[in-house]
Every structure is written in structure tokens, then in C-alpha cells.
Design a protein around this ligand. Sequence first.
Ligand code: TPP
Ligand code: MG
Length: 357
Amino acid sequence: MADTKTKEKKEGTRGGGKAELDGFSRDMLHWFLKQMLLYRRFEEKAEEAYAIGKIGGFCHLHIGQEAVAQGVVGPLRPDDYVVTSYRDHTQALAKGVDPGPVMAELYGKKGGSVGGKGGSMHIFGVDVGFMGGHGIVGGQIPLATGIGWAIQYRESDQICVCFLGDAAVNQGAFLESLNMAAVWKLPVIYVVENNEYGMGTAFKRVSALPVVDRAKGTGVPGHAVDGQDVMATWTLIERLASEVRKGGGPQYVDARTYRFRGHSMSDPVSGTYRSKKEVEEKKEEADPITILRDRLFEAKLLKQEELEEMDQAVRVIVDEAAKFADDSPLPTADDLYTHTYKEINEHGRLFLDGRDR
Ligand SMILES: Cc1ncc(C[n+]2csc(CCOP(=O)(O)OP(=O)(O)O)c2C)c(N)n1
Ligand SMILES: [Mg+2]
């Protein structure tokens, strides 16, 4: 499972070696493709496990949006932070949470990333800077702003990326957070995964302005990118991350994408708010994996056998993750009493980093 970790990515931001396509090395492009295949196969396995009752409750798949996860999380440093919504499995894998604990969390098992207590919407990986999955629409936006403030307070050069859905820009906390981040020049990049729809409504029916313009008035600069193009997304985020890291203040990105499944496992693929035809056309024209694959074929940087090997390798990782989840025990009644209260010191405050302050 080790090669799924972002921190183990190829040396150099663009993979070192010879730049062979738009400034990226062949190794780096192969890594992008393999990671996106991992995310796709992982989600397909979760879908299958849900269908046979191994996963219950909410489960929001990310299929179709893989290039956003890879293009945004990939250029970050291992010690940077990522915080996101309930559509969180893929970003967790991208940030370096191991697939086994992610799958076990979906299964509600003890080996899950939070001991099976969070489920699909609450994957965490604090050791790799993955600050969760959050179920309240827009709830993670103030959290990201707080993480940005903490980074600044500690005088660190880390950054925080906050993923949010397009519908979340209609939450009041969005404007409050971006305003505060702009005033204090916090090191946060707010990335909207703009898949055009909320739970049951098209974004254009509930917003007078396009997503990219919704940060106007807060002072946070806005950028739009084709979120189905992993290379374009990576290129933008790499540049923004470097500016934010140097103290340039927050940034806002409208990453234009599309989800190929329903909002969650409880609704049909197209739902009633979009046509089956639209979904089929998008799958045909805007699949981020097919787009990268075809570019690599065209540039003669990928052979059919290499693609098959990659796919086989990620299927093994996903099968191992599912086995880990299957084999992991369920939490016990005693587990109800763990992780409930944080230990406090004699001043009534939390122990911070082991220091009694
Ligand atoms: C405050 C709040 N209101 C409503 C909901 C129910 N709800 C869950 S997801 C969702 C739509 C969010 O859409 P978007 O932000 O575009 O993200 P996507 O699901 O498309 O990734 C809604 C209304 C919720 N979880 N939290
Ligand atoms: Mg949406």
C-alpha cells in the first residue's frame, strides 16, 4: 500500500528527470494516472460493498472528480493540511491515509481511520495532515480558516487546502471565513469542487453569479480551472501554494468537474435534477482518467501493457484494503467510552502537544 502515499511521490515537484509533456516528466504523469485509477477502483469497491450491505449509512462517491483530488493535493507538502466535506474518501487517499483504514472506516470497523466511529463522512488522518471529512455543508470552511490562523500563529510556512462543494458557497460561513482569511492574510486555498449540482438542484438555479465570482467582495482572488485536467489543476495549485506559503494571503479556486454517480448511495445516478443523457455525455467527454490516458497515448508516453499493469496494481491495493476492512473487528461496547472527552490539565485546559500550559 506504500506507493499510495503523497509523501512518497517522485522527487521534485514535477517528477525530476526530463520534462516530456507540458513540463511534467513521464514518471510523474504515470504517477498521476495510477493515483487516479486507485481512487476510481477504491470507490467502485466501496459501491460494491455498499450494495451487499457491508457499508451502511451515508456514502458519497467521488467518481468523476479524481483529477481535482490529485491535482490539488499532489503538489502539497506532507506537512500541509487538507480539510474537506463528506465526499472525502479520495482526498484522504491523496493526502496519504492508507486505503485499509479508509475502507475499514466505511465499514464501521475498529481498524478504521477513526476506529469505525465516524463512517464515510468523517475520515481523518491527523498524522498526515488530513483534518477530515465533515458532514455539515460548509462546516469545514471556518475550520480551514482556523487551521490557517493556527499556522500563522505558530509562524510556520505550512498551508491549508479547504475543499468545498459548489452549494457550500451559499452558506454564510463561506463569506465570513473568506473575509477573515483575507483580512489576516491566512495561508488557505479554498477549492470549490464545482460539479454543477448540490443535492438536488443545479448551481445555476441558486446563484446569480458563477462559482468563480463568488469570492468577489471578500478580497480573496478567484481562479477557474478545468478540474478534469489533472495537469492544469496541478499547475495552478503549485503556483498558488507557493504564493500562499510565502505569505501572499488566501486564494480561491473554482475547479470545474462533474460527478458520474448520484449525490449519495441513496439516489439514482442521474437523479431528477439532471438528465441521463447529460451524465452519459459527460462520462464520454469528461472522464479525467480517459483524458489523461489519451494524452499519454498520443504523446507516446504510455503503452497499453503499462496501463494494464497499473490498473492491476491498484486493484491489488484495493482488494487488500477490502480484506483489511473485512478482517477488522467491530468496535466493542467499551469503545463507546474512548475518544469521548479530551484529557485536560489542572488549569482546565487541553494538553497541547504534550505540554501542560
Ligand atoms: C447545513 C446543511 N444543510 C443541508 C445538508 C444536506 N446536504 C448534504 S449534501 C448537500 C448538497 C451539497 O452540495 P455541494 O456543496 O455542491 O457538494 P457535492 O455534494 O456536490 O459534492 C446538502 C444540501 C447538510 N449536510 N448540511
Ligand atoms: Mg456540488
